[in-house]
Design a protein around this ligand. Structure first.
Ligand SMILES: [Zn+2]
Length: 200
């Protein structure tokens, strides 16, 4: 772009280029778009970026991302608080919500056990999950971690962690191709996987 590295234009192009799916060409195109855009539009984008870091926190109950103490799902009295669906990431929760086939609550782990990457139970929200289940209102925990080696290992770990509570533990049916990622599954596949869930 002919700008010296470290200048405002160069910094923006570099920052945009770090986003997933955006190569150097697209980063440059976006930078030129923003240079030509109105102040209002660009400042609105800057404010939105700032807000996701300043205002978004983890729900006190399920660890989903939210702006309040509780996320909208945990705060909704129409949701069935006796069932918890355990997912790896907020985007998996979003995929299950899009399938519109589940009326219970969730628990977001914010990752999966990955011994090779030094991700152990302490790095996930496992202790919060344990406390929730011990609270007494939960009757069933559905393991909806991804059908990958690490997702399966995480579900296995959690099922033995929760076994002493006597709660019913189930796993999504294997309708999802092994190794597929929940967030990319279509709504009907997810609905079927939930419907056909089995005792762990
Ligand atoms: Zn919540």
């Amino acid at each position: 772009m002919g700008t010296e590295a470290g200048g405002a234009i160069g910094r923006l192009t570099e920052a945009l280029g770090k986003l997933p799916g955006i190569g150097p060409k697209t980063a440059e195109r976006l930078t030129h778009y923003l240079l030509a855009a109105s102040r209002v539009e660009v400042f609105a984008l800057a404010d939105a970026l700032r807000a996701i870091k300043e205002n978004i926190r983890r729900c006190n109950q399920c660890c989903n991302l939210t702006e309040g103490e509780l996320c909208s799902l945990c705060a909704d009295p129409r949701r069935d608080a006796s069932v918890i669906c355990v997912v790896e990431q907020p985007r998996d929760l979003a995929a299950l919500e899009r399938s519109a086939s589940y009326r219970g609550l969730y628990h977001v782990l914010h990752g999966r056990l990955a011994p090779l990457e030094n991700v152990g139970p302490e790095q996930l929200t496992t202790s919060q999950l344990s406390r929730r289940v011990q609270g007494g209102t939960v009757k069933e925990v559905i393991m909806a971690t991804n059908p990958t080696l690490e997702g399966d290992g995480t579900a296995l770990y959690l099922s033995s962690l929760l076994a002493p509570t006597g709660v019913r533990i189930t796993r999504l049916a294997r309708g999802l191709p092994s190794g597929s990622v929940l967030e990319f599954a279509n709504s009907q596949m997810l609905a079927d996987a939930l419907e056909g869930r089995r005792a762990f």
